[in-house]
Design a protein around this ligand. Structure first.
Ligand SMILES: C[S@@+](CC[C@H](N)C(=O)[O-])C[C@H]1O[C@@H](n2cnc3c(N)ncnc32)[C@H](O)[C@@H]1O
Length: 254
């Protein structure tokens, strides 16, 4: 077995994270770069250190995928979502899940849109595999470049300006529950009206993506929607239970 595969096996035994479910060329390149940067010449040495050093495990998680996010990422997609949110809210509270939420811009964007344009009861579960990004999400403090799609008037209503940063107001923060969750291993919630999963499925192998998409279909209530990222118009053939109902939007059939 080659050295990288051996590493992924040991890494899985140690962390429960299956690196083989991520596209290999990208993942191997990223982890080799980190390994070299840290001065290890083999994955064997690197893994031996990961076992002893929790900080290195965090660094590895950080390198695995890009964590970059921003508020109202692809603003036109969020605008197109508003009528769907109104329909989904028509028969009771909207239960949403922002899966792989990174530093929190995505679930807070949804909370903002619900407050500003929908004004119906809702709850948001926001999850990610990486505890570091979740801690930042919970703090809810953002730099101006992460806010570039948020208008001045929305900023004033939903954020407090503190020095050179924007802090999400407690009322909005209270709507979002953050939790650690591995899309490739952990149990999924059920009864969701909306799942937002953007810019993470692209890292997964086709087999892993298939499994995740099927589990999303199961996690949605009939009529519920899956909102995916702009490079992820992929679902044709993955499951019959999700039907494309708009750009980057899929609906669970009953
Ligand atoms: C590029 S960010 C996406 C953030 C946000 N969804 C967006 O589109 O702006 C990708 C996130 O996926 C998370 N991630 C990677 N593998 C994961 C897994 N197996 N389960 C849950 N989250 C994962 C990473 O920690 C990272 O925060």
């Amino acid at each position: 077995m080659d050295e990288y595969l051996e590493f992924t096996r040991e890494f899985f035994d140690f962390t429960g994270i299956d690196l083989q479910s991520y596209k290999r060329p990208q993942m191997e390149r990223r982890l080799t770069a980190l390994r070299n940067q840290l001065g290890f010449s083999t994955f064997k040495e690197y893994m031996a250190r990961v076992r002893k050093d929790p900080q290195l495990l965090h660094q590895t998680l950080d390198k695995m995928t890009i964590n970059v996010s921003e508020f109202l990422r692809n603003p036109e997609r969020w605008e197109a979502l508003i009528p769907h949110l109104k329909t989904l809210s028509a028969h009771g509270p909207l239960h949403a899940w922002s899966a792989a939420c990174s530093t929190g811009e995505e679930p807070y964007s949804l909370a903002l849109v619900m407050e500003e344009y929908v004004r119906q009861p809702y709850s948001i579960l926001a999850t990610d595999i990486d505890e570091n990004v979740l801690a930042q999400a919970q703090a809810g403090v953002y730099r101006p470049y992460q806010m570039r799609s948020v208008s001045e008037s929305l900023r004033r209503r939903y954020f407090d300006e503190v020095d050179d940063t924007w802090r999400v107001r407690p009322r909005l923060r209270a709507q979002v529950t953050f939790r650690k969750h591995n899309l490739l291993a952990d149990a999924y919630p059920t009864g969701m009206s909306l799942i937002i999963c953007r810019n993470v499925l692209i890292y997964f192998t086709d087999e892993a993506k298939q499994r995740v998409v099927e589990r999303f279909a199961h996690a949605l209530r009939p009529g519920g929607l899956l909102f995916v990222g702009s490079t992820e118009q992929f679902l044709k053939g993955y499951t019959e239970r999700l039907v494309n109902v708009g750009p980057f939007l899929y609906q669970r059939q009953s």
